[in-house]
Design a protein around this ligand. Structure first.
Ligand code: ZN
Length: 351
């Protein structure tokens, strides 16, 4: 009998390399990640260790029955590097380093590419290289890209980025839209409550709005095959999107967006939703009722969350074993086009 915990595939799992700083972002760009002042020292130390310690990561995977992890550079990643050339160079460097990690542990790790959207043509080339040459399974984009300075942003629905989406459509791999905090000069609402700016609230607010921009831009009508992955149980959208739809129907065609279908249809057709960093049964049930179990994926958000805490919740969920297997493994196999290797006793097979 297969144990509940075995064979999981996790998709929002982060790494960080000391060489990232040497090649890229300044201290400001790293807010919320490696230089987060709001975290308690013990928590921050364990996150730092988890981001960089491969042996510890493999042990955690074994203990939690995680067969494979898709690894991605922690936020804001390349999106937080305002200098174009530095963004291009750092993306290449980080992807090369990630490829080495995957090469050393090909059965346990997969790569999600980092792309320098500060220069869309360079991002397309790097994306191509990562999928075609390095064998990565998708791309992770940390929200808007700073261009020139930290107060300037390019969102993913904006005209220059559509060439990149055409490449996504052609390559047929998913885009993970990961949060980052709001733009530096747009944080008035957080004044006096700066602790809310990143993962407690700002991440979800920023990413859900960014997702609405994508839907209302008509992107998925132009490229209906594109699949975007959202973490943190869909950043609130399974709960909130029906109200957006309800209100938009009273708006004139001129202002309600370029989308051709009701907005909830896109959530069911162009998005996958992961459990990363959000272990609440009520929220999962709501998500399942909105999008169905074929579009939900297991993830941890390691090392910002622990495998144990995620699994204490996930392994005991009151859902069918069929849905548990879909969410923890089978949906990811299909989406990332992975071979279905035997799932049990992963550690025994390691070289
Ligand atoms: Zn994350």
């Amino acid at each position: 009998m297969v144990e509940r915990k075995d064979g999981k595939i996790a998709l929002e799992e982060h790494f960080y390399l000391p060489s990232y700083e040497a090649y890229g972002a300044d201290g400001e760009a790293l807010d919320g990640a490696a230089k987060a002042p709001n975290y308690l020292p013990d928590f921050f130390a364990s996150v730092q260790k988890g981001l960089t310690d491969i042996k510890l990561r493999l042990e955690e995977m074994d203990r939690g029955g995680i067969e494979r992890m898709a690894l991605s550079l922690t936020q804001p990643g390349i999106q937080g590097i305002p200098d174009r050339k530095m963004a291009i160079d750092t993306a290449k460097r980080m992807n090369d380093e990630l490829a080495l990690m995957v090469e050393a542990h090909p059965k346990q790790f997969m790569g999600f590419a980092a792309v320098p959207l500060q220069d869309v043509r360079a991002a397309c080339d790097e994306f191509d290289r990562c999928i075609s040459n390095l064998g990565f399974k998708g791309v992770m984009i940390n929200g808007y890209s700073n261009i020139g300075d930290m107060n300037t942003a390019q969102y993913l629905d904006e005209a220059p980025v559509w060439d990149f989406w055409a490449r996504v459509d052609a390559l047929g791999v998913p885009v993970y839209l990961h949060p980052r905090p709001p733009l530096m000069n747009q944080r008035r609402a957080y004044e006096g409550y700066e602790v809310l700016c990143d993962s407690p609230w700002g991440f979800g607010a920023e990413t859900s709005l960014h997702t609405l921009r994508l839907i209302l831009s008509g992107l998925f009508d132009r490229f209906p095959r594109i699949q975007v992955i959202l973490g943190h149980m869909g950043e609130g959208l399974p709960f909130l999107l029906p109200r957006v739809e309800n209100r938009l129907r009273h708006m004139s065609e001129k202002v309600r967006g370029k989308q051709q279908k009701p907005v909830t249809a896109y959530l069911r057709e162009n998005f996958y939703i992961t459990t990363a960093g959000h272990f609440r049964t009520q929220a999962l049930i709501n998500t399942l009722l909105e999008v169905g179990s074929d579009r939900v994926l297991y993830s941890v958000d390691y090392p910002y969350e622990t495998v144990k805490e995620q699994n204490d919740w996930f392994d005991n969920l009151p859902i069918s074993e069929t849905d548990r297997r879909k969410i923890s493994r089978e949906n990811a196999l299909k989406l990332l086009r992975l071979a279905d290797a035997p799932s049990a006793a992963v550690s025994d097979k390691r070289p």
